[in-house]
Design a protein around this ligand. Structure first.
Ligand SMILES: Nc1ncnc2c1ncn2[C@@H]1O[C@H](COP(=O)(O)OP(=O)(O)OP(=O)(O)O)[C@@H](O)[C@H]1O
Ligand SMILES: [Mg+2]
Length: 243
């Protein structure tokens, strides 16, 4: 398999048994994501977006087919291997932020490093402050989530995903709970971080406006990729000097 791809799925199926019936949430998905790419998976409600992200992000396992991340066949992983993969290699960003209400912004971010281990308390605080500055939250490090706007809470969640330097960041409707302008700012932030850090982003959404930030858009419908669209402004299609 080519090393240019950080994520590869082949003939991916996820079938849910529901009473007598079977639901083909994913029905043969082939998806290759290049290293450092920013991809958006676009599709209507029920298309299988969350199901696909759960397979790639190590939350669920496919019924058939393979998921390969950085050369590792994660769809063959045991539960404990999958947990380790999720903790170390994947940064998750959710629609409803999923940050801990009783922890300050920097403590929420630092939690990701505590889980991976090997850092002193002082180092964790320093690194958390550094990343919070990078996502535009300088001066707000000590606030609790209730003292932050929705957009700011999502910035905390993005900082938490970023701090462990994961192989991929996966985001499930990251703008879904934000107004249009704030949603655009969050999408722009993710795109900037993608450029600066060269971290691969896989964002699923039903929001068409987010696609302007993507290198490629995968259109998912009824558990299948119907179309792959290359964006004209993509770094992968134009030559950028020095990059
Ligand atoms: N645990 C489950 N048990 C049974 N069916 C499920 C389960 N999870 C998802 N499904 C079904 O699989 C299909 C895909 O669901 P999924 O949540 O991936 O869609 P989605 O594209 O993320 O939708 P949305 O935009 O509404 O979040 C749907 O028909 C859904 O009802
Ligand atoms: Mg979903």
């Amino acid at each position: 398999m080519s090393n240019d791809f950080i994520v590869q799925t082949s003939d991916l199926k996820r079938i849910f048994e529901f009473g007598e019936s079977e639901i083909f949430a994913l029905n043969g998905v082939k998806m290759d994501v290049k290293r450092g790419e920013f991809v958006v998976v676009l599709g209507p409600s029920g298309a299988g977006k969350t199901t696909l992200l759960n397979m790639i992000g190590g939350i669920d396992q496919p019924t058939e087919g393979q998921v390969i991340v950085d050369g590792e066949v994660i769809s063959d992983h045991s539960l404990s291997e999958l947990n380790a993969y999720r903790r170390k290699d994947v940064g998750w960003v959710f629609q409803f932020f999923n940050i801990v209400a009783s922890l300050r912004a920097w403590e929420n971010v630092g939690l990701a490093l505590e889980f991976s281990g090997g850092y002193t308390k002082v180092e964790i605080k320093e690194k958390s402050f550094e990343i919070l500055k990078q996502v535009g939250l300088e001066g707000k490090e000590d606030r609790f989530p209730s003292q932050l706007s929705g957009g700011e809470q999502q910035r905390v969640a993005i900082a938490r995903a970023l701090i462990k330097k994961p192989k991929i960041i996966v985001a499930d409707e990251p703008t879904g709970n934000l107004d249009f302008v704030t949603g655009q700012q969050i999408a722009e932030l993710m795109r900037d971080l993608n450029h600066q850090e060269k971290t691969t982003f896989i964002v699923v959404s039903h929001d068409l406006s987010i696609t302007q930030f993507a290198d490629r858009v995968f259109h998912l419908r009824m558990g299948k990729i119907e179309q792959i669209e290359e964006q004209p402004q993509s770094n992968f299609t134009k030559k950028v000097p020095g990059v």
